[in-house]
Structure formats: structure tokens, C-alpha cells
Design a protein around this ligand. Sequence first.
Ligand code: GDP
Ligand code: MG
Length: 368
Amino acid sequence: TETISVGELAKRMGIKATDLIKSLMKMGMMVTINHALDFDTAVILASEYGYEVENVAVDLDEIHESAPDAPETLIKRPPVVTIMGHVDHGKTSLLDAIREANVIAGEAGGITQHIGAYDVELDGRKITFLDTPGHEAFTAMRARGAKVTDIVILVVAADDGVMPQTREAINHSKAAGVPIIVAINKIDKPDARAERVKQELMEFGLVASEWGGDATMVEVSAKKRLNLEELLEMILLQADVMELKANPDKLAKGTIVEAKLDRGRGPVATVLVQEGTLKTGDFCVVGIHSGRVRAMQNDRGEKVLEAGPSRPVEVIGLSGVPDAGDVFVSLKDEKQAKEIATLRQIKQREAELAKHSKITLEDLYKQI
Ligand code: GDP
Ligand code: MG
């Protein structure tokens, strides 16, 4: 059930909080300014001051068709991949190599933009890469309850082997229940020892399939562009095994991958759509912000009108800059979007007030 603080209700009615507290005392309630009033009490109080209270405390999930999707509505969706591994083992190089190889094969003249995610195509099938390598992004998102990654590519340099951050990446992936594909990188180097890497990984239960295990390991070189297509094939194979599906025919739900304030365009956020289809003109709620999708573009800077499941798009039209990991939800109704965002702002403010203010009952009586 939703609540509103005494202070907030007073503010919204344009009266002093102390007056409201006095009214509450007459009702037999001894409360402080941060006390959370339930809806019924708020209505009674407001009516005393000549206001009518509308219950905007709507459950977001109710609006957002949260019922499980019927199997027949589900279609295959592209896998979402995160690259992890020890520093200098070639995460950035691998991401760049995959992307560049794909851009050349794809449409000409596309100027790549950094939006925090991009997709590549192999034999008409798409793969989405989150290009925020490193564990921080992965763990930060997970800490916020966001599950965006389907598959982790663990990059291990063949000339360096398993290192502390390799271990961390394995642990994070396992904790998140995300399957790992190992990319043994830098095999072009004379001192590359791929076999030793495989040996070391056995300690973590990652046994290469050619050694009788079930871990997929691909020997690559980001620098010389070796076996990149094979790596993409393995990702698609893994995706097939996982039977990744989503319903594209409903309002969009997704996660913020990255967001910033752009001088000219205002708040700009990259949304990874996870369910439904995001369309230009949609109303939305993201964290404590609301908005209307004014325009969308992909990582090639091209205008996009729609984005289905697993597609990353940069969105403009939000009222503020959300955090990475925030849930993005499209709504039919602008009023609803604004109300939910306002409610969340109130809650956030209340939580902050409760944290910072040390107001006691005695202080309050002094005030009165
Ligand atoms: P990250 O810290 O994991 O993102 O690693 P980088 O992509 O920045 O790469 C670290 C260094 O390794 C750079 O100097 C790269 O040029 C080099 N490097 C990356 N991949 C390869 C490769 O396949 N072969 C060789 N020889 N060098 C590579
Ligand atoms: Mg890097």
C-alpha cells in the first residue's frame, strides 16, 4: 500500500506541517513530519482542508501487463553478451575487432557511436554486445537486481593465463548463473600457450569440450582478427541451447545500460529492450523519471522507430538522467507515467529525509 509523508501532504496542500500535525493530534495521532500516512488518513486530512485526494498509488506491474507471456506469444530473441576478463587481456580490442569486422561487412559508411551497447550480425542473426567491459558494470547492475547478460565471454590472454580478475569474472558469472564462453586471446603472440590456459581453467570447473568437458573455448586474436566468426558462431550455438525468447507484441520493458546529460539533447539513455517493443512516441517511467520517447537511434547513429527484444537503443525525451541498471517501462498513459515518477520521487525524498533528519518528538513539541 502507498503512503505519503506528513510533510509532503502539507506541502502539497500549501499549509504548514505543524498545522497538519496539530490536526493529527486532534485525531489522536502523535506523529512527526516524516511520518508516513496511509491513504485513508491522508484523504480524511485533506478533506478537512477542502481537498479531494485521488489515489495515484497504482501498481506499475498492473499497468504493465506483468502476467507471464503465453508460450505462443514468444519468439526467439538475440543473445545479450558481456565481455569480461583480466586487465590488458584484450576485452576492448576484442569488442572493437568484432564490431569493426561487422561494420565493414554490413552497411557502408556507418559512423559508430558509443552508446554502451551494439549489435552485430552473423548469417542474418543478431548478437547484442554490452560494451561496458569490466566487472563493475556487471556487478553494479546485478546489485540493482538487473539481469541483462545472457552469456559472458571470458577473455584470457594466451601469453598471461588465468589472473586475479579472470577468477573474479568466473565467480561473478557463476553467481549470476550466466554461462561462460572462453575466448583465449592473443594467440598470434609467439609466447602464446593456449593449452596452458585450458589447463589452468580446469581448476574452476571449466573443462574444454575437446578435452571431454562442456566448456566452449575459442582461440582468437583480436589483433590479427583470427577466429572471430567462430566465436560468434559459438555464441549463437549457446543462445540456441538456452532458447532465449521474448514477446515482442506488448509495451516495452528494459534496463538502462548507460545514461548521460547531453548539452544539446538533454537526458540521453541507452535502453536495452528486454520484452515488448519500444516505439517512438511511447510514454515511459525510468526510475524516478518519466518521459516520452522523442527519438531513438542505434549505435551507428541511425534513426530507429522501433526496438524489439534484446535491441539496444539510445533514447531521448526523458525528464532526467536515470542510473545504469534502472528499469525502463513503457506506458500507454502520460498521466500514469508522471504519477508513478512523482510517487517514486516522494518515496526517495522520504527515505533521504528519514536518513538525515534527527527530529524527535520533543523537538516537535518545541516547534509547536
Ligand atoms: P583490456 O584491458 O582487456 O580492454 O585490453 P586491451 O584491449 O586494451 O588490450 C591490451 C593490450 O593488448 C593492447 O596493447 C592491445 O593492443 C593488446 N592486444 C589485444 N588483443 C591482442 C591480440 O590478439 N594480440 C596481440 N598481440 N595483442 C593484443
Ligand atoms: Mg579495456
